[in-house]
Design a protein around this ligand. Structure first.
Ligand code: COA
Length: 418
């Protein structure tokens, strides 16, 4: 078997819910030994949340904690803290995403961690960065999407701020933290020293809303945003508005109806009117005369009639399914895609073949579907396995730290471990 890139890297995964677990799960896929440290009374809350089978770890947990081991221990007990110290002294990385102050209250401040292990890389997720007046807040996904600019810029102009179905606050922050941790591991090779790596959910959402901060500055400079549906007939306020399904770059686009949209909520495609492909676009939708017509031939000329153009495209799409439409449009180099439902993605053969959607065997459950590595490597393929049961590896970890059988039995009896 090929040696995985992160093999030999010991990670203490002191995380819960989604942001932290998403980060450490990927470290595990890439070969790190990831030990999840959980509360004895139930473990990570997601084990128990939104269960589809009684008494079986929820998919919420299994889809974010694969390839890890589990140690269930009360880290607030003196014995538990001693175990943590032993683990930390020997670890490369510790990741946590508790509420602000929880690590300090447990006796695991950054100062203490450095004292125990100067080579340790300490990854930490919080809702807000240290400079924020809200840095004491507990934060979940949608709170972050609202605080980071995603909600105010998502949705339609006549509706309320809207959150995305994508986990911009949670998994996205985990991915930012992952990049930071890998960077710190490389830095450690040069300096021999670890460091603290912090990723806040507000910052990580804002990083993905970068083009909206671009638009804010453009709006202040010229008073309008030419690619938004509000232009040229609608009003612009002081802040970047919600732009519906408008394209965020220089190429206008929209979600347009295909055959069957009356009954199927996903019978749509995204259609981009690409400037450099205008003549072919006009031809394929059955309006070849628009290619040369000065009223249509430039992006500027099309701006005030872009919705009439999309209406014309919908007429052309009326007798085509979304898949038929994309099959035609790809030959004309129109940037487009069907709106894919989760039902369709789950059975998509190409995603299965690529290992992006994988079937995993899980103790107590049988097989379930999960999203595999979206990153493809030429030298190895991540092997996605099941998630650990609560405390599945408690005894083996304690024995590995030198505790004898009697002590381990006493830990169990006193409910310090499970
Ligand atoms: N043994 C003993 N105690 C443990 C433990 C263990 N193994 N693991 C955790 N605990 C304790 C913590 O020390 C904390 O105790 P304290 O409040 O007395 O200090 C307590 O359990 C609860 O911790 P936490 O999970 O942080 O609180 P919560 O469930 O109320 O809040 C969040 C959950 C997600 C809102 C909060 O952790 C948070 O804001 N995290 C930062 C941002 C984030 O990652 N959000 C989630 C994105 S998916």
């Amino acid at each position: 078997m090929t040696e995985l890139p992160l093999s030999g890297i010991k990670v203490i995964d002191f995380t819960g819910v989604q942001a932290g677990p998403a980060c450490t799960q990927m470290l595990a896929w890439f070969g790190a030994d990831v030990l999840k440290v959980e509360r004895p009374g139930g473990g990570d809350v997601t084990r128990n949340q939104l269960r589809d089978i009684p008494d079986v770890d929820a998919l919420y947990f299994t889809m974010l904690n694969s390839n890890k081991r589990s140690l269930a221990i009360n880290t607030k007990s003196p014995e538990g803290l001693e175990v943590m110290e032993k683990l930390i002294r020997d670890a490369d990385v510790l990741v946590e995403n508790f509420a602000p102050g929880a690590m300090d209250r447990m006796g695991l401040s950054w100062d203490k961690l450095q004292e125990w292990n100067p080579r340790l890389i300490f990854g930490s997720v919080k809702g807000f960065n240290d400079a924020s007046p809200w840095n004491d807040l507990k934060v979940y996904e949608n709170v972050a999407q609202c605080a980071g600019g995603a909600a105010s810029t998502t949705g339609f102009w006549d509706g309320p701020p809207t959150v995305s179905g994508a986990a911009l606050g949670d998994s996205n922050t985990g991915m930012h933290l992952l990049i930071g941790i890998l960077t710190a591991l490389i830095a450690r090779e040069k300096t021999g020293k670890g460091q603290k790596v912090a990723a806040s959910m507000q910052d990580s959402v804002l990083n993905l809303c970068r083009v909206k901060l671009r638009d804010q500055q453009r709006l202040e400079a010229v008073g309008h945003l030419e690619e938004y549906p509000q232009y040229p007939n609608g009003e612009f306020g002081e802040a970047v508005p919600r732009g519906g399904n408008a394209g965020g770059g220089g190429q206008p686009g929209w979600v347009v109806k295909c055959k069957g949209w009356e009954d199927d909520p996903n019978a749509y495609i995204y259609f981009t009117v690409q400037e450099q492909n205008w003549a072919r676009t006009a031809e394929v939708i059955g309006r070849p005369e628009w290619a040369e017509d000065p009223g249509y031939s430039t992006a500027l000329a099309r701006q005030d009639k872009i919705f009439d153009i999309f209406a014309e495209i919908e007429k052309w799409l009326a007798d085509k399914t979304k898949y038929e439409a994309v099959d035609i449009l790809r030959q004309w180099e129109v940037p487009c895609a069907p709106v894919m439902s989760m039902k369709e993605l789950a059975v998509d053969p190409a995603l299965r073949e690529a290992g992006t959607v994988v079937e995993v065997d899980q103790k107590g459950r049988g097989s379930f579907l999960t999203v595999g590595s979206p990153i493809k490597f030429s030298a190895f393929t991540p092997d996605i396995k099941g998630a650990p049961l609560l405390g599945e590896h408690t005894d083996e970890v304690l024995a590995g730290l030198g505790y004898d059988a009697d002590t381990i039995a006493a830990f169990h009896k006193n409910k310090i471990v499970v």
